[in-house]
Structure formats: C-alpha cells, structure tokens
Write a protein that binds this ligand. Sequence first.
Ligand code: SF4
Length: 370
Amino acid sequence: MAIDELLAQFHEIAASPRKQLGKYLAQGRKVVACAPVYTPEEIIHSMGLVPMGVWGAEMEVHEAKKYYPAFICSIMQTVLELGITGKFEGISAIVIPSLCDSLKSLGQNWKYAVPGIPFIPMTYPQNRKPDYGVKFTKASYEKVISDLEIATGAKFSEILLAESNRIYNEHNAAMREFAETAADHAITAVQRSDVFKSAWFMLKEEHTALVRQLTAELKKAPADEGKVRVVTSGILADSPGLLEIFDKNGIKIVADDVAQESRQYRTDVPEKPNPLDALAQKFADMDNCSVLYDRDKKRVGFIVDLAQKHNAAGVIVLMTKFCDPEEFDYVPIKRACDAAGLRNVNIEVDCQMVNYEQAGTMLQAFKEMG
Ligand code: SF4
C-alpha cells in the first residue's frame, strides 16, 4: 500500500474510535475499555477480549461536572462525560488503574455515574521494584482476571497470556522502529500522532502489521531536513489543532516522552517461565514516567539524553492542565534542559481547548529562539 493510503487509514482509525468499537462488536467480540496510564492489556487480549484505550476527547463537559470539581484534569472529566452520555455503549467493562489521585476518583465516580459498565480497579504498588512490589502487582493482576471473568464470561489461560505477551512485545518493537524512522523521514506531527493514537483502537497484531508497512515505506521516503527538531513530553499530544501549529512552523517531533505515545512501548515483557510473573516484572521494570514513583527523578536525565541522542534543539512540554504528577516533574526538567543548553517551553493543554493562539505564539517564539 502507498504511504498516503496507509496514513489515511491510520487517520481514519484514530479519528473514529466509535467505528472501531462497532466493528469489533459486529464481529461478536467483547470490548474492554482501558483507562490511562498503564493497564495490563496483555491479560485482556489473552482472554479473547479487545482492549480499547480511553483517553478522553476534545469536547465540552456537562454531566461529569456533577461528579468532579473544575480543577481536575480534563482527561478524567471527558472519560466520565463519554461514559455518562452513552458513548461507550456496548463495552463490557472498564479497567481503571490507580496511578494518580484523579484516576482513583474516576473509578469511584464511575460506579455511580455509569452503573451499566462494570468498573474493574487495577491497584498498583507505589514501590514496584522490590520482590514484595512485584508480588503485589501480580496479586492485583489476578484480581483483574477474576473481575474480567465475572464481567465478560471469558476465561483466563497462561498459555494464551504467553502468546499475548509475545504479540505486545512485537508491537512495542514495531512502534519503537516507527518512532526512530519518523525522526528522520517526511511525516507531519499530525500524521505521527495518528499512528500512535490508532494503536489504542486496534488489536495490536493488526496495528503491528500496518505500522510495519508504514515504516518500510517511510524508509524509502526522502529525509526530512531543515526543520527544528524537538522532543515532546507530557501525558497527551494528540490535538490536531495544536499539532498543525508544529507543522506550520516547521517544528519536527523527533522523539517523545508522551504517556499516550512512546512511554507505552519502552519496556517489554521479559522471558520468565510463568507469563503472569513476567507481566508483573514488566511493570517493575518500567521507568521514566511521572506516574511511576521514582525518588531520584531519573526521568529528567532521560529526557535530556533523548533530546541529545536525537539531535533535538529542544523540549516542548505539553502540560495537561491540573495534572499533579506532571507538574511535580516540570521544574527539574526545565532546570536540566537549561543546564544542557536545550531550548524548552511549557504549553498548557486541555481537552476543552478551542483556541490555540497562545500556543501558536509560544511555538513561534520557541522556533525563533535558535
Ligand atoms: S496522570 Fe495526570 S492527566 Fe493522567 S489522569 Fe492523572 S492527573 Fe490526569
């Protein structure tokens, strides 16, 4: 398939999750919603269910305001709004992890606001690396399995989980290769985002096949030169209105530290005799993310290294409004970028953002800093 056709396909899927949901339901598949930031999708996939990411949407919030104060991130507000207004109709359950305070409250509100879709909590340990942390994660996965069996009637098997772990590792590798290829070849910020976003609405084996085709075609495309190379960081970077400003100003994303994008694909499930132990170890092995506890904040150095490795001029932080974990990390990130001579800017983003003028001015100023 030609590169334009592939990109059009990614765009279509990224822009219409409801259509994807309808497609899987029409095939007789059961679909389970996965809230941010890390959900054990491999388990859901292995049980023959379709995991589908829910990261909110660009929309006005009305009903969710009855449950949330105004000062909570718009991802949580819009996920709840979509649930209350029936946009997830047909979904068999939602798994909500406990990785930040807002996520903890989403689960509690969900139970009352959307009683028709069972809420399955995924409780992660704060200290994920020691043995007791890995055991805690595994026990939480066992509870998720039992809740999924009750909510969907599907059955769990270790053999099938081992296969799903393999499929997810393959997808991770395909996404990493795509991100590296996209750093040097012609693809816009909007198109790059479509590739990452569509992954949330497709079975991973289907997405892997499409991404591999695109990466192969991109490698044949001309090198993308003369642009201002940047690394993006934040929870979400999928707003077309914002990304178009990147493209208009010749700002090229050469790597990202975005939770909805590359943070998902950095860590593979390791080889272990028991696949559930292996999956729990994967969570322990994950790092460099605002919602994964790290007293030493190694993420800061990671972002600087990422920018230097990709020959980036700077780092653009897309700060989700009212996201405490990201706000706590911002000051050390800014200091480290300044010390390393990397341009940096902090742009506040929100799912209810309709006007990108201020962001446009900031990005233009960022471009001219060089
Ligand atoms: S990590 Fe930030 S953006 Fe994500 S749910 Fe928590 S507060 Fe919201």
